[in-house]
Design a protein around this ligand. Sequence first.
Ligand code: NAD
Length: 325
Amino acid sequence: MRCLVTGGAGFLGAALAHRLVRNGHQVRVLDDLSAGDPGRLPPDVVFARGDVRDRPKLWTLLQDVDCVFHLAARVSVPESVLYPREYNDVNVGGTVALAEAIRDAGVKRVVFASSATVYGPQPVQPVKEDCWPHPQAPYAVSKLAAEYYLFGLGELYHVETVALRIFNAYGPGQNLPPSHAPVVPLYLKNILTGASLIVYGDGSQTRDFVYVDDVMDALVAASTAPNVNRATINVGSGQETSINHLIATLEDVSGRRPEVLHNPQQSGGIGRLVADLGKARSLLGYTPRVSLVQGVEQLLRLDPRFAGKRGGSAWSRRGAQGLLR
Ligand code: NAD
């Protein structure tokens, strides 16, 4: 299969490029490098630096492509509150530009990296894809609007489209921008450097943390699965994890015990969020394989920023404390 990965020099995009090349596919990547790093890409990939709204460039890259994985986006929820126009331009405008270019290029399928943030607060958990979305931040609105554009334009242009609503992905190579770092690598970095962890709210808020390899399984399956046209499909771990439990897991795996500071003044966001995976199972044959403990172990082992910085195991730490008492 010949594929184009937009945003392919980012965290998930580069992992996808590696997986696709390993599976024997030909891969092209388009990324403007606003957050990406082409050094992450495997050598066999054709890399083009450019904006996802640049239709002539897209059109060139789309020649003979069977499947597009559309991951290029601005990805920060808090930043989107400050710059909603920018998020609309890139995330919605970029998706529309891509759909237009695809119309003229003969692509068969587009797999879109949507987000669980489209759900917002939901009374029923785990969330199913058919619940009424309540996107709150401009980032979430842009992802939902992009889904609708892609499905609508795909129908008009006879291109199959599928949107994966990815929950909180984590794994080696995830970006750590100072202004909006994702919680798993941020806490891990702080733990390993002896810094404190800041928890918004009381830490009882829950999320669904899904390891990057499981997300790759779902993205790849979505490129060939039958009966997924215009489907939205959750991609998570199916495990509901509170921030307090995440911290305990990071402590156990890293063998270190950080100072934890609670900031009750700042909201911890929505109270609960966890994926129902029934649709992913039935349409994609998707079953997450990596537990949170295994995922954090992998992160510590494989990410050069963390590798070799681990303390003693939780068992030995507790044991040592026991001996000292
Ligand atoms: P990322 O920031 O690492 O990757 C996004 C990539 O898009 C970056 O390499 C960036 O340079 C590129 N990009 C941004 N604007 C562009 C533009 N105008 N033209 C071309 N390229 C552009 O983020 P990620 O975590 O790898 O996310 C990838 C996709 O998955 C995004 O669409 C994101 O919304 C979606 N997603 C991610 C998560 C997660 O937990 N990581 C969860 C839900 C959805």
